[in-house]
Structure formats: structure tokens, C-alpha cells
Design a protein around this ligand. Structure first.
Ligand SMILES: CC(=O)N[C@H]1[C@@H](OP(=O)(O)OP(=O)(O)OC[C@H]2O[C@@H](n3ccc(=O)[nH]c3=O)[C@H](O)[C@@H]2O)O[C@H](CO)[C@@H](O)[C@@H]1O[C@H](C)C(=O)N[C@@H](C)C(=O)N[C@H](CCC(=O)O)C(=O)O
Ligand SMILES: Nc1ncnc2c1ncn2[C@@H]1O[C@H](COP(=O)(O)OP(=O)(O)OP(=O)(O)O)[C@@H](O)[C@H]1O
Length: 484
């Protein structure tokens, strides 16, 4: 139990009614999770205004309400605390509730359109190999050492985030590596975290449905750097022209990396095969088991982060070279007929282009690429024709199919994807609504040495149709198709 005063440390507030010594058993932003004596933080969200749940919260036993708008009806025995922006202080309140966990664990957050999950996974595995207890928060899952905690979000909500950090501290973790999505940054989910480092991977077209313009999207990422403390490091990719932008007005220690630009950490790709990549990092050559030139960036990022955290360069390289790809990130299966299947989470135009360019770089002449790809429903519609066009430009054959239509009509999504296909590309493009059938068709069409790319789902084990998640796993389906 904590008293309200403790929860409000460092926050500007006004006590409308009640007692600051009142004890609080838990902090919640969702009325559905409330238990007796919890504090309820009423957030004005993108869908609804949680102020309307305040009566319900009190009914469920909440005696502390943190809100923006003063309610007309004030209940006796309940403390009402008014703040400017509940969404932006929820993390701070939760941090105070959990004893400011990020003072006792080094938290490193990565933002950027692509590469976040890969880098966080690499870093967690690297630091476990280096002998540390380590936590990781990713789109795939949250982890405390080897314990897996399922998640639906890339960056957890502010209260869950602080609870996870507190749990990591309890389990003696020295580090937490986490993804910071642009949604999370804008919504203040990271508030209350005392960051040790922030990383910028790259930026390209994504999430414009939420941010509106590219400028706003870039600004969202930049906010992570604008609020960085002086003793934290700001590690950015200077091959991306927005890298230096992230560092403008950033108080943290500026550190750069790049493959093509002068940087503190300079990498060079030497060899790129289906078995792995060889690269030079600051004059030291090493072999890594991750595939694709874009992974040269991810390895360089992980290396640079480890050195920023005072690890020894040779040991870091040795451990990095032992690491394998994350689930659904360029995972490969080869059939008896010698057809190579690649499962990759590429679900943005840029990531799709990257993965296809990577395959083209590595493959031999005469080996054809068959791409199976779809676009999600209820998400950025503008990327649909672009992704179809990218697939058609960089593959010999394309099968457009479903990828989480959610509440949208999958046929309409596919029609919008088809808008990106030119009349000449139409001849080598098929539309197969059912993803399982699309995979079977790709396998049936493939000749020995051909390459099938299943793009977009990666690690996901579901297909969301009409709001219901049905079990679906690209790797499982490909394995069955290869063995049927
Ligand atoms: C659009 C968006 O980002 N929404 C996130 C946001 O919720 P919201 O503002 O929309 O919430 P809302 O539904 O309007 O509800 C407002 C408030 O009422 C509360 N509520 C609601 C119902 C109720 O009965 N009682 C109650 O108290 C809710 O808990 C919330 O605090 O804040 C919530 C708490 O942090 C998030 O869970 C929620 O993520 C939703 C589920 C989501 O799907 N978000 C996606 C878009 C997202 O955040 N994705 C990024 C990754 C993007 C990427 O890189 O691909 C991520 O970090 O995962
Ligand atoms: N450094 C990189 N630069 C460009 N593309 C990359 C990079 N790393 C990975 N990719 C591509 O982007 C896809 C997604 O990678 P990853 O999951 O690591 O990114 P992410 O930023 O976590 O994305 P999300 O938040 O959507 O999960 C990969 O499958 C790969 O095709």
C-alpha cells in the first residue's frame, strides 16, 4: 500500500476533494482491472473518455480518482486529484507506486520504423550470454530472463510497463531492452522511465493513419530523444537522414553508427549469403548468423549499444556471432524439392522492399521469387497498393492474400492492393483470399531452387477476422505444404 502523496511525487496536481494520506493498493488505467482501494486514472483515449467510467470505478472499490475534468458529482470517502493530462502522468504515477524501478535497472529504448524487435531480441540474448539477468519488451513477447509474458502491444501501457520493470528489478535484472513505438511515445507510455539510452534505427512510411503526416511521425520518434537525460546515451543511425535530426537539442551523449557514413561505429558488409553475413565493425571482421544486409545495421546497433554500456568489444563480437535470428524474422525452411521458404514479418512497404532486395542480393540467377503477401484491415490503407507494387516489382510471381483483415472486408483490401499492380504485372499476380490456400499454391508453383517469401505475419500465430483471432502460423502452414 502507498499513500496518494507518494504517488504524486514530481507531478503538478490539485486535490479537489479527499485526503492525500489515503492508501492505495494498486494503480489502474482500465476500470475493468480495478480492485478495492485501487487508484483509477481516467484517460481521454483515442476511442473513449474514461471519465465516464469513474462511477463504475468507485462502485468497484476505487477510493482515489486521478482525472482531468472535475466531475459534477463528488462521492464522500473518495479522493479526487486533478492533473493537466492523465495520459502523460500515468507512467509517473505508476513509477512512484512501484518505487521508481527504472532507478534500479538500466532501461534502453529503441525507436524507428524497422529493426526494433530484432535489435531488442539481439540485445537481450547478447546480455544473457554476457552473464546478466535481462528483461526485454518486444512486439513478439515480453521477457524476464527466459520467462515469457505474452503481450498484444509493442510497448505496454504505462502501468503494465512500470509493473514489468518492477518485476525485472525483483528478479535482479541489470538491463531492460525495450521497443518504443511512436504510438507509445505520443501517448506518454514511457513517462516515469529514467532511460539509460535511446536508439534510433530508421524511419520510413508507416502509421500515417495515426500520426497524420510524416512530419508528425518523425516528431513522435524525436520526442524520445528530446526528453533524454544528460547522462544517457543517444545512439542513432546516421545513414538515415533523420538520424541527425533525432540528435538536435538532445541533451544525452551523442553516439552515431552507419554503414555508409562516417560514424563512431562504422560497419561494412563483406559477404551476404543464405547462411549469414560477414562484416567489419570498426576494423574487426566477424561472421554472424543473421541473414540480410539490413541485419548488418541491427548487429552494428547491438554492438554499439553494448560498448556504450561498457562491454568488452571482442567478447561482444564473439557472443553476437553465436546468436540466431528472432522468430519470424527471415526464418527459413527448405523443402525436399529444394525450394527455399522464408518467413518474414515485413509488413511495411519499406520492410518488404528490404527483404526482397536482400533475397535478390543473395540468390543466384535463374532462381525465382514467389511472394505471398497481404495487408492488414483497420490500418493505414495507403500502404496497400504500395506493398503490392513492391512485391510485383521485386518478385517473379506474386500471390496477394489476407493478413488480419480485422473488421474490414478482405476482398476490398485485396482490391485496394490490386490498384498498385500494373496491367503487365497482372499476368504474374494471383489473388487468393485464404492465406493457407495461397501458401499451398506458392509451394505448388515453385520449381527446385525457387524462393517463396511469406511476408507480413512473421511470428504471429493468428489471423484476425471480424475481430476474432483464429490460429494461423505461416511457418506451420509452410512446413505442412512442403511435406504434403
Ligand atoms: C490507438 C492506440 O494506440 N490505443 C492505445 C491507447 O488506448 P486508447 O487511447 O485508444 O484507449 P480508449 O479505448 O480510447 O480508452 C480510453 C481509456 O479508457 C479506459 N477504459 C476503456 C474501457 C473500459 O471499459 N474502461 C476503461 O477504463 C482504457 O483503459 C483507456 O485508458 O492506450 C492504451 C493503453 O496504453 C492501449 O492499450 C491502446 O492500444 C490499442 C489496444 C492498440 O491497438 N494500439 C496499437 C495501435 C498500438 O499502440 N500499437 C503500437 C505499435 C505500432 C507498431 O509499431 O506497429 C504499440 O506500441 O503496440
Ligand atoms: N534495420 C533494418 N532496416 C530496415 N529493415 C529492417 C531492419 N531490420 C529489420 N528490417 C525488416 O523489417 C521487418 C521487421 O523487423 P522488426 O520486427 O525487427 O522491426 P520492428 O521495428 O520491431 O517492427 P514492428 O514494431 O512492426 O514489429 C523485418 O522482418 C525485416 O524485413
Amino acid at each position: 500500500m502507498r499513500n496518494i502523496q507518494t504517488l504524486l511525487k514530481g507531478i503538478e496536481f490539485e486535490l479537489i476533494k479527499g485526503d492525500l494520506n489515503q492508501l492505495v493498493s494498486d494503480v489502474q488505467i482500465d476500470s475493468r482491472q480495478l480492485t478495492a482501494d485501487s487508484a483509477f486514472i481516467a484517460i481521454k483515449g483515442t476511442q473513449m473518455d474514461a471519465h465516464k467510467f469513474i462511477p463504475k470505478a468507485i462502485e468497484l472499490g476505487a477510493k482515489t480518482i486521478i482525472l482531468e475534468d472535475e466531475p459534477s458529482d463528488l462521492v464522500d470517502g473518495v479522493s479526487y486529484i486533478q492533473v493537466n493530462n492523465t495520459s502523460q502522468v500515468a507512467g509517473l504515477i505508476a513509477s512512484n507506486f512501484y518505487d521508481n524501478p527504472s532507478d534500479n535497472i538500466k532501461v534502453i529504448a529503441i525507436t524507428g520504423t524497422n529493426g526494433k524487435t530484432t535489435v531488442v531480441t539481439l540485445l537481450q540474448n547478447l546480455f544473457i550470454k554476457l552473464g546478466y539477468n535481462t528483461g526485454a519488451l518486444t512486439t513478439i513477447e515480453n521477457k524476464i530472463n527466459n520467462e515469457v509474458i505474452p503481450t498484444k502491444l509493442t510497448t505496454p501501457d504505462p502501468v503494465t510497463l512500470q509493473r514489468l520493470l518492477a518485476e525485472m528489478v525483483k528478479k535482479n535484472c541489470s538491463y531492460c531492452f525495450m521497443e518504443a513505438s511512436s504510438h507509445a511515445i505520443v501517448q506518454g507510455r514511457l513517462s516515469g522511465i529514467n532511460l539509460t539510452g535511446a536508439i534510433f534505427s530508421n524511419i520510413s512510411h508507416d502509421h500515417l493513419d495515426y500520426h497524420g503526416t510524416m512530419k508528425e511521425y518523425i516528431n513522435a520518434k524525436k520526442r524520445l530523444f528530446d526528453t533524454l537525460p544528460k547522462n544517457a546515451f543517444a545512439l542513432v543511425n546516421v545513414d538515415d537522414k533523420r538520424g541527425p535530426v533525432m540528435l538536435q537539442n538532445c541533451k544525452g551523449k551523442h553516439v552515431t553508427f552507419g554503414l555508409h557514413t562516417m560514424a563512431n561505429y562504422k560497419g561494412k558488409l563483406i559477404d551476404n549469403t543464405f547462411e549469414g553475413i560477414q562484416m567489419d565493425i570498426n576494423g574487426q571482421e566477424a561472421w554472424f548468423q543473421l541473414i540480410g544486409s539490413f541485419n548488418a545495421y541491427n548487429i552494428l546497433t547491438a554492438y554499439a549499444t553494448a560498448i556504450c554500456l561498457d562491454e568488452e568489444p571482442m567478447e561482444t563480437l564473439q557472443c553476437l556471432s553465436e546468436l540466431r535470428p528472432a522468430r519470424g524474422r527471415f526464418e527459413q525452411l527448405v523443402s525436399k524439392k529444394n525450394v527455399r521458404g522464408i518467413i518474414d514479418y515485413a509488413h511495411t512497404p519499406d520492410a518488404l522492399e528490404n527483404v526482397l532486395e536482400t533475397i535478390k542480393d543473395i540468390k543466384e540467377d535463374g532462381e525465382n521469387i514467389i511472394t505471398v503477401v497481404g495487408c492488414g484491415g483497420d490500418r493505414d490503407k495507403s500502404k496497400r497498393p504500395v506493398m503490392a507494387k513492391t512485391a510485383a516489382m521485386l518478385s517473379e510471381k506474386v500471390i496477394l492474400t489476407s493478413d488480419n483483415p480485422r473488421t474490414e472486408d478482405p476482398e476490398v483490401i485485396l482490391e485496394e492492393m490490386m490498384d498498385g499492380i500494373s496491367p503487365t504485372q497482372e499476368r504474374r499476380t494471383q489473388v487468393i483470399l485464404d492465406r493457407k490456400e495461397a501458401i499451398l499454391k506458392a509451394v505448388e508453383m515453385a520449381e527446385p531452387r525457387d524462393i517463396i517469401l511469406l511476408a507480413g505475419k512473421g511470428h504471429e500465430t493468428y489471423q484476425e477476422i471480424d475481430g476474432v483471432r483464429h490460429h494461423f502460423d505461416d511457418k506451420e502452414e509452410l512446413f505442412k505444404a512442403f511435406h504434403s
